[in-house]
Ligand binder design. Structure first.
Ligand code: BES
Ligand code: ZN
Ligand code: ZN
Length: 473
């Protein structure tokens, strides 16, 4: 994270300034003439941001609508932060003072939006992005040092997740993914164990091995762990992430346009799990968390798994393959079975699992489901607070019926209709603990930037899981 946040005791006139307010009576800056405040009030009747040019500096005003629900106002503050970034970038302004003029504490969200908007992925470009925001100055007393540190590390974690999603298969094979997690583990202080193909064979993780059969690159199974001495939970929370580093569909091949072409993002769930462990460890949260990441690509090849195959999974369940493109559930199922050995308090899996989740929620929300009302309610609330929201769908028994097979315990497809829940029912078969399934297919990768979420990998879910884990006791 390039941007620094520093504390000041007074505002100065020779630096740009950004403010947030809810009503125009709060516009009491000494440096404003009555003409200027008149202009700002008029402008903000129809718009939610406004800038005044005080060359070489600018003044930025963000208006948060009164009377809205609190979490919507907080999100408006994040969005204002993202808009501020665009203004600063356009004028190449590298230092900004920030002041909250409203009665509510919008500052952390405003800064969060600004920081999250600073992301660029220019690793592969000869001409690198020139503009960087150097410094955010905040008034002493408006935000604590701990909150600043937390915002910086959490943003850094989100950036790691975005980078991992943006990395193409030509770089990010399953093995390279493990190397990247290793780097994050060393930097943040969590531990990592990587099972190689031989170990995965010994363990008989049949789902992961089946998906990997068409690949020339070996799979990995990654175990990330943060176990602080002051953990408040006796039994760990286990996070499971789908780590399909590229999904061609396998022999049930996907068409290229708008289907296979962005499938380097099919490991976004795994990226979020790694990033969450990074943020949890770096911010020293007193919570015992384990991350499980099965990783492989899914390809057609002479030896690829085929429709009709019957696969024996890690827990002994047999699965008749009806479609090799329903590969995510195959590798997740093995990880969910493996999670049993931790006697977990709760398991949350996050995965770009079904196209139907995009139909349900577009890019606005994760589709969530689970068997623990208490934890589902808790995570939905965190979803509102972080604006990484969750639409819940019920796991009715009827959705399991299409997964029956005449010649095996299950089939891996079910029917196209109701697919998001059917995939959830498939996963549920491999659980015997409190469990939440998050289908992030619609939110993980954007074709167009959306305020503080960039085009490409979004890291969506990292702030959700981090803030959820903060509340575990
Ligand atoms: N990785 C895809 C799901 C996906 C779709 C993620 C769009 C992100 C955006 C998954 O492996 C898949 O192919 N799912 C199939 C399942 C079907 C064959 C039952 C789907 O949803 O079409
Ligand atoms: Zn697939
Ligand atoms: Zn997939």
């Amino acid at each position: 994270m390039h941007t620094q946040i520093s504390k000041i005791t007074d505002l100065t006139d020779n630096t740009s300034l950004a403010t947030l307010f809810t009503n125009s009576e709060q516009l009491t800056l000494a440096s404003l003439s009555s003409n200027e405040s008149g202009y700002i009030k008029k402008k903000l009747e129809n718009d939610d941001i406004c800038t005044l040019n005080k060359y070489p500096n600018i003044l930025f005003f963000g208006k948060i609508e009164d009377g809205k629900e609190e979490h919507l106002q907080i999100e408006a503050a994040r969005v204002a932060g993202a808009k501020l970034f665009d203004v600063l970038k356009a004028d190449k302004i590298k230092t900004i003072q920030i002041k909250n003029l409203s009665d509510s504490n919008f500052l952390p969200a405003f800064i969060e939006g600004l920081l999250l908007a600073c992301y660029t992925f220019d690793k592969y470009k000869k001409e690198k992005e020139e503009y960087l925001l150097d410094e955010i100055k905040v008034l002493d007393g408006e935000i604590s040092d701990n909150k600043i540190k937390e915002l910086l590390t959490l943003t850094e974690a989100v950036f790691y997740a975005r980078n991992l999603v943006n990395e193409p298969l030509s770089y990010l094979t399953a093995t390279q993914f493990s190397t990247e997690i290793e780097r994050m583990a060393k930097e943040a202080g969590f531990s990592l164990e990587v099972f190689n193909k031989q170990k995965i064979e010994t363990l008989k993780m049949g789902g992961l091995l089946a998906v990997n059969k068409g690949s020339i690159d070996p799979p990995t199974f990654n175990i990330l762990e943060w176990k602080p001495q002051n953990a408040t939970n006796k039994k760990p929370v286990v996070l499971v992430g789908k780590g399909v580093v590229f999904d061609t569909g396998g022999l049930s091949l996907k068409p290229t346009a708008k289907s296979m072409d962005f499938m380097k993002s099919d490991m976004a769930g795994a990226a979020v799990v790694a990033a969450t462990l990074y943020a949890v460890a770096k911010n020293n949260l007193p919570v015992h968390v384990v991350g499980l990441i099965p990783a492989t690509d899914n390809r057609p090849d002479g030896n690829a798994y085929a429709p009709g195959d019957i696969i024996t999974m890690f827990d002994g369940t047999t699965v008749e393959i009806m479609n090799t493109d329903a590969e995510g559930r195959m590798i997740l199922a093995d990880a969910l079975s493996y999670a049993k050995k931790y006697s977990p308090e709760l398991v949350i899996d996050i995965a770009t699992l079904t196209g139907s989740a995009v139909s349900i929620a577009s890019s606005h929300a994760i589709v969530g489901m689970g068997n623990s009302e208490k934890y589902i309610e808790k995570i939905k609330l965190t979803g509102d607070e972080t604006f990484e929201r969750i639409i819940e769908v019920p796991l009715w028994e009827e959705f399991a019926k299409p997964l029956k097979s005449k010649i095996a315990d299950l089939n891996n497809l079910g029917s196209r209709e109701g697919q998001t829940t059917i995939a959830g029912k498939f996963l549920e078969h491999f659980t015997n603990y409190n469990w939440i399934h998050l289908d992030a297919a619609g939110v993980s990768f954007l074709f167009e930037k959306d305020n503080y979420r960039p085009e490409g990998g979004t890291g969506f879910g990292t702030r959700l899981l981090y803030n959820f884990l903060k509340k575990i006791d």
